[in-house]
Every structure is written in C-alpha cells, then in structure tokens.
Design a protein around this ligand. Structure first.
Ligand SMILES: N[C@H](CCC[C@H](N)C(=O)O)C(=O)O
Length: 279
C-alpha cells in the first residue's frame, strides 16, 4: 500500500508525518523503526501521526525511533499546527491538538499564507516525583543527588507530559552523550525511562542545551526538554520566572516562558520535503 508522507522539523528535530485524518496507519510501533532509519528508510527522529479527534482539531501520536510511543512532543506539535493550516485542514490560527498528555492550545504565526512559527501552551510543569515518574525522595527533585555510572549528579526532574531529567554542567558539548545518555535513559530511578538534558547557563535569560531523548538518542532539539530545562533553571535560581528564556539547541533556538499557570514555548516549524513510501 502506497502512503504519502511529509518530512517536517522544528530546530532540526525531524519526524516523518502521516495524514491519518481519513486513513488509519498500520502498526506504527513496527513501521516507525524502519521509516526512521536514515539509511534504509525516510530518516527521522521518529514518526508522527495526525489523526481525527473528538475533543480538538486533531490528535497527535508520536513514535520514537525505537517504536516506543511518546506522550508529548514539543517540536512535533508545532509542525502538526503548521501541517493542519498549510494543508487547508483548518482555516484558523488558534488551534487545539489532543495528545496523550492532554489537549494543547496553539497560536500560529503566518506569513504569505504559510505558518512560520508557533506558540504552544504546554500546560503546567509537573514536579511531584511519582508523577514524573522518578524514584527520588521528597515533594520535588530539585538538585537531587543521583548516582549514574559511579558519578553523583545533581538532577532536577520535571514532567512536561513526558519525563525529563535536567543536569546543569559547565559545557554540554563536552559531555560524552553517546555513553552517558543511555545510562540515564535506562537508570532504575526512571521506571518509564527518561529524556535527559545537559544544560549550561549563559546568562539569566539564555541556556545552552543538549539532549539524549528516550527512544531516539541525541536529537538536534527537544521542545519538551527545552521547557523542562527552563523550569529547572528557575527552580535552581539561574533564571527568573515569567520571563522569556532563550534555549540554544544544536538545531536552533526556542523561546520558553515558565509561569505559575503554564509553560509557553515558541519556535519554528518547517517542511523539508514530501514523498511516498510502500507500507
Ligand atoms: N522522546 C520523547 C518524545 C519526543 C519529545 C521531543 N522530540 C520534543 O520535541 O518534545 C519521549 O519519549 O518522551
């Protein structure tokens, strides 16, 4: 069966998108693995299905490179907003997209009839350890000691609908991510695995971040991870609340604002190319 796809990315965090508004997608957990393969498939950090919803304009389902289903994807949801508007599926710039972590509201910025960037109300940051989930004591894990591979790290754990472990360090580019990333991802403290961000503080409104994503490895950017990093920076006294913080990622910049009610994320959404595969 031939199936059209749209390759999109936000700051280089690239997924293969499928319009499932009228046609289901078969075995996403299995097909995500070969489609994401950068040598044998289309190539990407996973696949994203755009499906009908009874409570929003559409429903987003995201599958990582290893076929595991993510509960939320920040870069992905911005591209879903772009897809819905640019393809004429919706004709408005204020949208709602259903995810496994609830309905998120999007504001689309449009230039010459196409979406260039999107602001997402990501919902409130979750800090209670058992809701992240992480097996650490106390009401929240902020700068908590965690031994990983014989070293003790100060970790701040946040859920943005998916689990994150933020580690502040001097130089994220000096971290041996290929070695350390999986040690955090599969650490027994994280019963559902974890996305891990290594972050340096450039100034009170600028962070530099690299990420090892659960199920996908290092990616060029992580929207939920950028949100978690700003939340962690505020909780650790590096950045102010209620102000825009720029997160510099390998693939580009995101603007994040952490408030008591919610976390706001603004960033690009781009189409790279379209094509067709045989399923
Ligand atoms: N790997 C993540 C899903 C993708 C999140 C990331 N790409 C983003 O932009 O938020 C997880 O399994 O929780």
């Amino acid at each position: 069966m031939k199936r059209r796809f749209t390759k999109m990315h936000g700051c280089g965090n690239d997924y293969v998108y499928f319009d499932c508004m009228e046609q289901k997608f078969p075995e996403p957990e299995k097909n995500a693995v070969w489609i994401s393969d950068r040598h044998r498939g289309v190539g990407g950090d996973g696949i994203i299905l755009i499906c009908p919803s009874e409570v929003a304009d559409a429903k987003m389902r995201i599958f990582n490179i290893d076929g595991s289903e993510g509960r939320m994807c920040g870069n992905g949801i911005r591209c879903v907003g772009k897809f819905l508007y640019d393809k004429g599926i919706v004709h408005k710039t204020e949208l709602a997209v259903e995810t496994l972590s609830g309905v998120k509201r999007l504001s689309l910025q449009v230039e010459d009839g196409a979406v260039t960037s999107v602001t997402v109300d990501m919902g409130p940051a979750e800090l209670v350890p058992e809701k992240i989930p992480v097996h650490l004591p106390g009401e929240r894990a902020v700068g908590a000691p965690l031994e990983v591979d014989g070293e003790t790290y100060a970790v701040t754990c946040v859920s943005m609908g998916n689990p994150h472990c933020v580690v502040f360090c001097g130089d994220p580019d000096a971290v041996e991510l290929e070695k350390l990333g999986p040690r955090f991802e599969y650490h027994p403290a994280f019963p559902e695995r974890v996305n891990t961000e290594f972050v340096s503080v450039e100034d009170s409104h600028t962070l530099h971040m690299r990420v090892w994503e659960r199920g996908s490895g290092e990616t060029m950017a992580c929207g939920t991870g950028a949100c978690a990093s700003v939340v962690a920076a505020v909780l650790n006294g590096h950045c102010p609340k209620d102000k825009d913080v720029t997160v510099r990622l390998r693939g580009g910049d995101l603007s994040i604002r952490y408030t008591d009610r919610t976390v706001w994320m603004t960033g690009e959404a781009k189409i790279a190319f379209e094509g067709e595969i045989e399923l």
